[in-house]
Design a binder for this molecule. Structure first.
Ligand SMILES: *Cc1c(COP(=O)(O)O)cnc(C)c1O
Length: 291
């Protein structure tokens, strides 16, 4: 049986385990783990940013931008049904004291929708919008891919109004594979970007944040605050480097397989599935009457 519940149920291959076994390690809290350093440099180059930081989970990756860019009481604009709002058990409120405004209709949104939702700083009544967060691909709405032009427009609108921007790119490499875009071009409009290693890339754990050097230096403190400063985490980072070397090309196979499953399912009586929205590795369908 092939377990298709999620791209997170993958297990490290023998070759990945061998790479883990060979990994040189050191104490990453002293910045001395060569494998972590290699992974961070690799991801920074991949997404076109100055620096990167390894964190244990995507959920922690989503917390750090809130700590860096927002004060308690601030408002964060996000797409409908974002991971940050729906799948982090209230972490943003508990850790950063922020509230969310969800916009758009399918998890994505336009620059106009962002500007309409944005609150200014210093208003008598409104909570100031200090961060806009984009999820690409969008998870709960079905692995939807953002148009690169809209990412650029949202990023530009944020910059123009002094709002920080964060790209939750847990599946950014899926987005890049689906549209033939360059991951660095997709990340370019944003101050900070994260990618997950533990989803379609098949690693046992880990996400990486990337952005400006000074922002990343500040994030080291918040990572520690949340308990994410590890020691010989090179054993995990080495899996990440291995996956970036060997698994990225297979994302297109995942998408083709998801498409095949979607097409077969869509032909079944009573199954509701919109093939026009099946672009990556997530298949969403409903069982209607008669299924
Ligand atoms: C899975 C996911 C996360 C969180 O990653 P974990 O490693 O499970 O904490 C964040 N954002 C998106 C879009 C995700 O799909």
């Amino acid at each position: 049986m092939v377990d298709l519940r999620s791209d997170t149920v993958t297990r490290p291959t023998e070759a990945m385990r061998a790479a883990i076994g060979r990994a040189p390690v050191g104490d990453d809290q002293y910045g001395e783990d060569p494998s972590v350093i290699a992974l961070q440099e690799r991801v920074a180059a991949l997404v076109g940013k100055e620096a990167a930081l390894f964190v244990p989970t995507g959920t922690m990756a989503n917390q750090l931008p809130l700590k860096l860019y927002c004060r308690p009481g601030d408002d964060v604009v996000v797409g409908l049904e974002s991971h940050a709002v729906w799948h982090e058990t209230g972490a943003a409120a508990a850790n950063a004291g922020v509230q969310f405004t969800e916009i758009g209709t399918d998890g994505r949104f336009t620059a106009e929708e962002f500007l309409a939702a944005r609150n200014p700083r210093g208003h008598l009544l409104y909570p100031p919008t200090t961060l806009v967060e984009v999820e690409d691909t969008q998870n709960r709405k079905g692995g939807l891919v953002w148009d690169r032009a809209e990412l650029e427009r949202v990023g530009a609108a944020a910059r123009e109004h002094g709002v920080a921007s964060y790209l939750d790119g847990a599946r950014l490499l899926n987005a890049a594979a689906a549209r033939g875009d360059d991951a660095a071009a997709l990340a370019a409009p944003f101050d900070l970007v994260s990618i997950a290693l533990s989803k379609g890339l098949g690693c046992p754990a880990g996400s990486v944040l990337a952005g400006r050097r000074e922002d990343l230096a500040a994030l080291v403190r918040y990572r520690r605050m949340l308990g994410g400063a590890m020691r010989q985490s090179g054993v995990l980072a080495a899996a990440g480097v291995y996956a970036l070397d060997h698994h990225v090309e297979q994302l297109a196979d995942d998408h083709a397989n998801a498409r095949l499953i979607g097409e077969r399912l869509a032909a079944v009586d009573g199954v509701e599935l919109d093939l026009a929205r099946l672009e990556t590795n997530i298949v969403v369908f409903r069982l209607g009457e008669g299924a």
